[in-house]
Ligand binder design. Structure first.
Ligand code: SAM
Length: 336
């Protein structure tokens, strides 16, 4: 069977897979897991094994998926994660491999990551204040995260910091975030809060929108838009800073959607393929991976069919109205 690029019914080519390897996390962020009163963890036998995940990545790369992001939950919580990473890169040396982490468990692992061939990390950090970090995440890990960012930069790993923008929580820290991006050679991106999960309690006045962030940041420093060809493709609108080493940017999934350029598929830790963050439709790949009868070709056909039917998420959002959360599951159960 010939392999080829996957294209959906809207003409978008799909070349990016976000694979969540666990639903467990060591933080309890107020907009994610802490909002759930009855958080049930997946039993271990329902999670994809590393072998099954490697099989999935092999099929994805046959379909010309060239970029894979490992996420969670918190990926570094899973046992033997570094060995898994090593196996992926040994089998697929040309894969553009990315990681998203809260960086609480990175200490001592950064040289190994570099050695394995990881080029950079997306690190989530919503505040530069230790006490507030504890309030947002429920844990006192600020110093570990802040230290890990410095160590990554010292070892030449690219760092992107993701800040969930929360009005009344971290909007007062914008000048500090701007200073950080001026001082350090990293990309700092504000991500608009998305109401996710059936139990998330939110009101629209909690949204600190991308346009507000850019207006306020522009009053602190001068922002120079980064041309698309210089920023590598992605949903962030990036800006370099006058006299700054780093850059800041915004990702606005709600206020100005980027569905037209969306090139991604997501796999949940229990092997469900989701073609859009805003759609609860899932394709169950685990039974196929575990079936003695259904082989790689069957898996491939299901992924191709799912990819073809990838929806335009903003149409789904418009249809459901703003009072609901954007999808049933929270981010740590899907993979952020
Ligand atoms: N544990 C890893 C981490 O912290 O980066 C990976 C998983 S975490 C679910 C991925 C990202 O999703 C984090 O940056 C987190 O802040 C973000 N996130 C979770 N819930 C969100 C929400 N409701 N709106 C916007 N971002 C959210």
């Amino acid at each position: 069977m010939l392999s080829g690029t996957m294209t959906d019914q809207h003409g978008r080519s799909i070349n990016y897979l976000r694979l969540s390897i666990t639903d467990r996390c060591n933080l309890r962020c107020l907009y994610c897991r802490s909002s759930c009163t009855d958080l049930k963890m997946l039993p271990h036998d329902q999670m994809l094994s590393y072998e099954e995940s490697l099989e999935l990545i092999a099929v994805a790369s046959e379909l010309n998926i060239s970029k894979v992001r490992l996420t969670g939950g918190e990926p570094f919580i899973r046992k033997n994660f570094l060995h898994f990473l090593e196996q992926i890169l040994q089998r697929h040396p040309h894969l553009d491999m990315r990681l998203t982490t809260n960086a609480t468990l990175l200490s001592g692992k950064i040289p190994a990551l570099k050695e394995i061939g990881v080029q950079g990390l997306n690190i989530s950090l919503d505040t530069l204040n230790r006490e507030k970090f504890q309030r947002i995440t429920g844990r006192d890990f600020f110093l570990q995260v802040r230290g890990a960012i410095d160590q990554c930069l010292e070892h030449g790993l690219r760092v992107k910091i993701n800040v969930v923008a929360l009005k009344g929580v971290n909007d007062d820290e914008l000048p500090d975030f701007v200073r950080l991006a001026e001082r350090l050679p990293l990309d700092l991106r504000f991500i608009e809060f998305m109401p996710m999960g059936e139990q998330t309690v939110w009101t629209p006045d909690q949204l600190w929108t991308a346009s507000e962030i850019l207006r306020e940041a522009g009053a602190i420093t001068s922002l120079v838009p980064v041309a698309d060809r210089d920023k590598r493709k992605g949903p962030a609108r990036m800006f370099s800073l006058a006299d700054g080493k780093g850059r800041i940017g915004v990702i606005s999934p709600l206020s100005s959607h980027f569905c037209g350029q969306c090139n991604r598929l997501r796999i949940t830790p229990d092997g469900r393929l989701r073609t859009c963050l805003f759609s609860d439709k899932e394709y169950r790949l685990r039974p196929i991976l575990r079936s003695p009868k259904l082989g790689r070709e069957h898996l491939r056909q299901v992924i191709i069919r799912a990819g073809k039917n990838k929806p335009m998420g903003h149409e789904l959002l418009a249809a459901q109205g703003r009072e609901r959360s954007v999808c049933r599951k929270i981010m740590s159960a899907i993979g952020g």
